[in-house]
Design a protein around this ligand. Structure first.
Ligand code: PXG
Length: 305
């Protein structure tokens, strides 16, 4: 495995950052989790836009212009010979003396990219659905560093996930300070009631998921259903016809048990199944190619969206 760090590729054992990196010392940095399907990087433009927005929000100057970061991502997939991949892109504040002052990081930000094989939920989870619990940990408020910044501070999410694991569940729901549902530890959440699809708005405190946006588009274009963004309490999940999660890792996946209650019929529902199907078809047929197109015209370059 070759890992990109600041313009060079290193073997896995040699790929290291300094103990003085403020990403390590303070969690001062941002990241993206991206997927490639069959040699094409899914929604790369959207991920890089979100990275730029996160950087701007935390006053971090990216070490490279976005087009150069895009090239580094594609090269990382290529050099590792990957077709289906999970790409982890991290930008830290870089090396600096001890202390919170970001001006200590004179050398500027560090960018590293890991491109690896992807680990997925077993197939049966897409049929049977996931079990969720509500975490005791509250979502960060909008008056804090907003959850829309994909920052290196994931402790709350990690603790919430540990609560889910301890309860025999796969994911944890985070309520915000108002008691509204925001999102899960690593996924956005939706519910379906009477043929309508609902999801929390960005003002509930969520990561604006790339998969969330794709699913909202697919729901509209393929199912003819507009997704309604509104605040809602857990009650709306308990009494929903279907609940599903979206995320780069999980894609679209049903949630069939929440806090001990069965949701709908207790298995992946019909609209969720349709969305899973449309999402997979779309994911396979789109994305930015990491490899040059073959001469026969197979795998012609496809626009990034
Ligand atoms: N909410 C949170 C808190 C997330 O971390 C999502 C929603 C879904 O966003 P996307 O853009 O993926 O649709 C996430 C995404 C990892 C990993 O390595 C985590 C995510 C994505 C990919 C990998 O744990 N979280």
């Amino acid at each position: 495995m070759k890992i990109y760090i600041d313009g060079k590729f290193y073997d896995k054992d040699e790929a290291k950052v300094s103990v003085f990196d403020h990403g390590v010392l303070y969690g001062d940095g941002i990241f993206e989790g991206i997927r490639a399907y069959n040699g094409r990087v899914f929604r790369l433009d959207d991920h890089l836009k979100r990275l730029a927005d996160s950087a701007n929000a935390i006053l971090l100057k990216l070490p490279l212009p976005i087009p150069d970061i895009e090239k580094a991502v594609l090269e990382s997939v290529r050099i590792n010979g990957l077709k289906d991949a999970y790409i982890r892109l991290v930008v830290t504040r870089g090396v600096g003396d001890l202390g919170l002052d970001m001006r200590k990081c004179h050398q500027g930000a560090t960018l590293f990219i890991i491109a690896d094989k992807i680990e997925l939920y077993p197939d049966e989870f897409y049929e049977k659905g996931l079990t969720l619990v509500t975490s005791t940990i509250r979502q960060k408020g909008l008056d804090q560093v907003t959850p829309s910044v994909k920052s290196l501070n994931y402790l709350a999410n990690i603790m919430a996930r540990a609560e889910a694991t301890a309860a025999g569940a796969q994911e944890a729901i985070l309520l915000n300070a108002q008691g509204h549902v925001s999102e899960c530890s690593g996924d956005n959440i939706f519910f379906i009631k009477d043929g309508k699809i609902f999801t929390p708005p960005t003002s509930a405190g969520i990561l604006i998921g790339v998969t969330r946006e794709v699913v909202m588009e697919l729901a509209e274009t393929k199912l003819g259903i507009k997704v309604i963004e509104r605040n809602f309490p857990r009650y709306d999940l308990y009494s929903a016809d279907e609940v599903f999660l979206t995320g780069t890792g999980a894609e679209v996946i049903a949630a069939v048990r929440i806090d001990g209650r069965a949701i709908g019929k207790g298995a992946a529902g019909p609209l969720t199944r349709l969305l899973i199907k449309h999402f997979r078809e779309y994911a396979k047929s789109s994305g930015t190619p990491a490899y040059p197109a073959s001469p026969a015209g197979a795998g012609r370059p496809v626009p990034a969206k």
